[in-house]
Design a protein around this ligand. Structure first.
Ligand SMILES: [Zn+2]
Length: 185
């Protein structure tokens, strides 16, 4: 039995040799995966099946991920992980993670909402994957990489340690990544 990780649409076998089973389908003589997960080629039954990977198992401690802040609470920022930095493939399924106030910055954080706001794009480091995904933005390379003005929704420009919206003449505070504004999404 052969096992390996596959992505949706990936050719996993030829229809002459294998029948599609759970998580696969036949198209044009090929067996393709419908899921991101683990491929199993069962040579006895001549079937190809793919079981969905728990996306959190694909994350490793130390990974650098991009995420979107979805909510800000008193003691944490809640994020949706969009993908792992340097990898094309996205993360599917449950992708919720949290940044605890103590892991947000190397400096003292009085209020999470002064460092991150909903819809900010953040680069964070995975510091725990189970039972929940925990992220850190303490190091200089981690933090907000893109933020929109709360008033006019325009991307904000870096101004020293803060962000500025030129049209609104507003300044907002963030825990910024050292390359804020340099990343295209
Ligand atoms: Zn503005």
């Amino acid at each position: 039995m052969t096992k390996r990780t596959v992505v949706p649409g990936e050719e996993v076998a030829v229809a002459e040799e294998y029948m599609p089973d759970a998580g696969t389908y036949e198209y044009d003589g090929k067996i393709l995966s419908t899921l991101a997960g683990e491929l199993e080629l069962d040579k006895d039954k001549m079937v190809a099946r793919v079981s969905a990977a728990n996306p959190m198992n694909l994350l490793k401690v130390g990974d650098s991920v991009f995420c979107r802040v979805t909510d800000v609470r008193a003691a944490m920022a809640i994020c949706e992980i969009l993908g792992t930095e340097g990898k094309e493939r996205g993360i599917t399924g449950e992708t919720s993670a949290t940044i605890h106030i103590s892991k947000l910055s190397s400096e003292y954080v009085q209020e999470v909402g002064r460092e991150m706001r909903p819809n900010d794009l953040v680069r964070a480091k995975v510091i725990q994957t189970s039972p929940s995904v925990q992220l850190s933005t303490q190091e200089p390379h981690f933090g907000v990489v893109k933020a929109l003005c709360r008033k006019c929704r325009a991307p904000m420009a870096r101004q020293g340690k803060s962000l500025r919206c030129e049209p609104c003449e507003r300044v907002e505070n963030r825990k910024l990544a050292d390359d804020y504004g340099d990343i295209d999404f």
